[in-house]
Design a protein around this ligand. Structure first.
Ligand SMILES: C[S@@+](CC[C@H](N)C(=O)[O-])C[C@H]1O[C@@H](n2cnc3c(N)ncnc32)[C@H](O)[C@@H]1O
Length: 302
């Protein structure tokens, strides 16, 4: 039997911090489950709600449940342990960044009996039969790009204000910075398939929407004083990103627009500038790692 997702993590937490064990017991998460049995489900839910309202941080609200795969190979959505769900006033005042990933390949197709997100490796024959170029179907680029953003120390330090994904068929997805993305590609595709079908995905154990389809254009979701910077290898404006970011300063919210597709250029007509940051064509993930690294150094995030 699969071990409950939260159990492994809770065991580690209790080892590190014995007081956490006491608070977990209060929540009915005690190892033998006796406390939970003494309370009705509503009481347990009510306690959880109260704790959340009191400003409990991410570490205490890891989605509970099992790491089970759904029929299409997806995982339930989780929040990242340790990441703040809501920012403190102090964190709110610190400058942050927003990422927009453009032209992400998220196309659903029915191959055999199963519908799934199409990709160049597993569905090449199917795509060729449909007279479509498999090279265009690269959800793996989006997966890697999202991992580069969400796993970055920049995000862990609470500086990621927003992450938006624009699919090549024009849909816009809002991704919460504290989401825990599936690590494997198969599970990622399963999750994206669920999202395409249901239009949003909740955290397990609470009602927060971790992924949701939102209305275009993306600009209506950006702060007023944002500086929207498009990235392209083919831009004539080759810059040292560190100097470029320093010149913009911390007054405006930086919005980085990076392509999540294999070929072509982002058509981000809403950007204020379009820059190249290297003499070489980079992968989206490498480009994002460079952006995160520059900001982590600037804001002294180790
Ligand atoms: C796999 S590349 C797409 C390739 C596409 N031929 C291009 O250069 O735009 C993914 C994204 O990384 C970014 N990128 C790649 N190399 C870059 C560079 N040297 N400077 C700035 N952005 C770059 C662009 O946003 C690009 O859309």
């Amino acid at each position: 039997m699969v071990r409950p997702y939260a159990a492994k993590w809770l065991k580690k937490r209790r080892k590190r911090d014995p007081s956490a064990a006491a608070s977990d017991a209060e929540d009915g998460k005690g190892g033998n489950g006796e406390d939970a049995e003494d309370q009705t489900e509503e009481e347990v839910e009510e306690k959880k709600r109260k704790k959340k309202q009191e400003g409990e941080r991410g570490a205490g609200v890891v989605a509970e449940g099992r790491e089970e795969e759904s029929p299409n190979g997806s995982l339930p959505a989780h929040v990242l342990p340790g990441l703040p769900l809501e920012k403190t006033p102090d964190e709110e005042a610190k400058p942050g960044v927003i990422f927009i990933l453009e032209k992400a390949s998220l196309n659903v197709g029915k191959v055999g009996k199963k519908e799934n997100i199409l990709n160049a490796d597993d569905h090449a024959n199917y795509l060729r039969k449909q007279c479509r170029d498999p090279a265009e179907f690269r959800p793996d680029i989006l997966h890697q790009a999202m991992l580069a953003i969400l796993d970055s120390p920049l995000n862990k330090a609470g500086r990621l204000q927003g992450l938006y994904v624009k699919s090549d068929d024009g849909e816009l997805i809002d991704v919460k910075p504290h989401v825990r993305l599936p690590r494997t590609f198969k599970r990622f595709c399963g999750l994206m398939y669920q999202l395409k079908c249901k239009k949003n995905i909740h955290a397990t154990g609470n009602r927060e929407k971790l992924f949701r389809m939102i209305k275009n254009p993306v600009t209506q979701h950006l702060p007023v004083n944002s500086r929207k910077i498009g990235f392209s290898y083919s831009s004539d404006k080759l810059v040292h990103l560190r100097d470029y970011v320093a010149a913009v300063g911390d007054d405006a919210t930086l919005v980085f627009v990076v392509g999540a597709m294999a070929h072509g250029k982002i058509d981000a007509d809403y950007t204020d500038d379009c820059i190249s940051v290297s003499n070489y064509p980079l992968s989206a993930a490498c480009c994002i790692a460079r952006i995160c690294n520059v900001l982590e150094q600037r804001w002294n995030i180790l």
